[in-house]
Design a protein around this ligand. Structure first.
Ligand code: ADP
Ligand code: MG
Length: 289
C-alpha cells in the first residue's frame, strides 16, 4: 500500500494597481509591452521602489492564517537566465520572508477536516512571458517577449509536505483560493494566471518512512488539472518504484491532452540560484504602529 505526500507552492497575484517595484499598471490583457517601466525592463541605473500595498496585503494574509509577521524581512536576487527575465535575476525573498508559519483548516467532504501547516509566504516579482503566436505584430515563425507581466506582485505561499491525496490538495487549494479572494488581496482569476499552483509529489510505502524523492509539477492553473496531475504523477512514481527503478528529482509539466506529466528540467536547488540580498533594496521593517 503506497502513501502519497503532497506539498503545494501557490503563486497568488496581489491585487494592486501598480507593480511591486515600479509604477507601471497591473491591468490584464492590454497590448504587449504597453505596461513596462524602465524598472521592469531592467535598464541599467534604475532602482526598484517597494510598493507599500504589497506589504499590507502580505501582512493581511499572515494575520488571516495565524502566522508570524517578520519584523525584518529581506529581498534577495534569485539569479537565472531566461529570455523573459531581462535583469538576469528575479527579486524574491529567501532568508527571512515576510510571513512565517501559519496554518489553514480545510474541510473535506462530509465532516472531515485537516489542518494544513504553512512553511512561509514570501513576496516576489513575476517574470515576463515569451509569446509564440496570436499577436499581429509578431512575424510568423518568430517569438517575442512581452514584459507586461514582469514585476507583477506575487505572494508565494508554501505548505509543509502534509497532504496525503489529490483530494486533500485540491480541498486546500480551493480553501486558499476562497481565503485570498475573501480578504481581497487577489482577484482569484485562474484563467488570467492570478492563482497558480505548483504541486510537489512523492510516494512512500509506509506512513512512518522518510519522505521519498519528489517531483514538482509546475503552473497548474485549474483545480481539475491539479487533481489529475497529482494522481497521474503519483501513479508514475509508484510504477517506477515497483519496477525497481528510482524517482529522479525533477521539475515536470502536466499535459492535460495526454493526461500525463512530462520532464521539463532536472530540479535545481537553492545553490544553483546564487541567492544574495539585493543591494538595491533596504531591509523591510514592519513595526506594530
Ligand atoms: P524548493 O524551494 O526547492 O521547491 P522546498 O524544500 O522549499 O523546495 O519545498 C518546496 C515544497 O515542496 C514545499 O511545499 C514542501 O512541502 C514540498 N516538499 C518538499 N519535500 C517533499 C517531498 N519529499 N514530497 C512532497 N512534497 C515535498
Ligand atoms: Mg519550488
Amino acid at each position: 500500500m503506497w502513501n502519497i505526500v503532497v506539498g503545494l507552492e501557490t503563486h497568488v497575484q496581489l491585487k494592486t494597481d501598480s507593480k511591486i517595484f515600479s509604477p507601471a499598471s497591473t491591468e490584464f490583457g492590454t497590448n504587449p509591452n504597453s505596461q513596462v517601466d524602465f524598472i521592469d525592463a531592467g535598464l541599467p541605473g534604475v532602482l526598484p521602489v517597494l510598493n507599500r500595498d504589497v506589504v499590507a496585503f502580505a501582512i493581511k494574509f499572515g494575520l488571516a492564517v495565524n502566522a508570524k509577521i517578520s519584523p525584518v524581512s529581506i529581498f534577495a536576487r534569485k539569479n537565472y537566465f531566461y529570455p523573459d527575465l531581462p535583469k538576469g535575476y528575479q527579486i524574491s525573498q529567501f532568508e527571512q520572508p515576510i510571513v512565517i508559519g501559519g496554518n489553514i483548516e480545510v474541510r473535506l467532504q462530509g465532516q472531515k477536516k485537516i489542518n494544513v501547516s504553512l512553511v512561509r509566504a514570501h513576496l516576489e516579482e513575476d517574470a515576463g512571458k515569451s509569446i509564440h503566436e496570436g499577436v499581429d505584430s509578431l512575424p510568423k515563425g518568430k517569438s517575442g517577449i512581452d514584459l507586461n507581466r514582469a514585476g507583477m506582485p506575487l505572494l508565494e505561499i508554501v505548505t509543509e509536505p502534509c497532504m496525503n491525496s489529490a483530494q486533500e490538495a485540491v480541498a486546500y487549494a480551493k480553501t486558499l483560493h476562497r481565503l485570498v479572494t475573501w480578504i481581497q488581496i487577489c482577484d482569484g482569476n485562474m484563467q488570467e494566471g492570478s492563482f497558480r499552483v505548483d504541486a510537489n509529489v512523492s510516494v512512500k510505502r509506509n506512513p512512518s518512512d522518510d519522505l521519498g524523492t519528489r517531483c514538482e509539477i509546475k503552473n497548474l492553473n485549474s483545480f481539475k488539472f491539479l487533481e489529475r496531475a497529482i494522481i497521474v504523477e503519483s501513479e508514475r512514481q509508484i510504477d517506477l518504484l515497483e519496477n525497481g527503478q528510482k524517482v529522479i528529482q525533477q521539475t515536470r509539466l502536466f499535459d492535460p491532452q495526454s493526461d500525463e506529466t512530462r520532464a521539463m528540467r532536472s530540479k535545481e536547488d537553492a545553490n544553483d540560484y546564487r541567492y544574495f540580498p539585493d543591494p538595491d533594496l533596504p531591509k523591510l521593517v514592519v513595526d506594530n504602529s
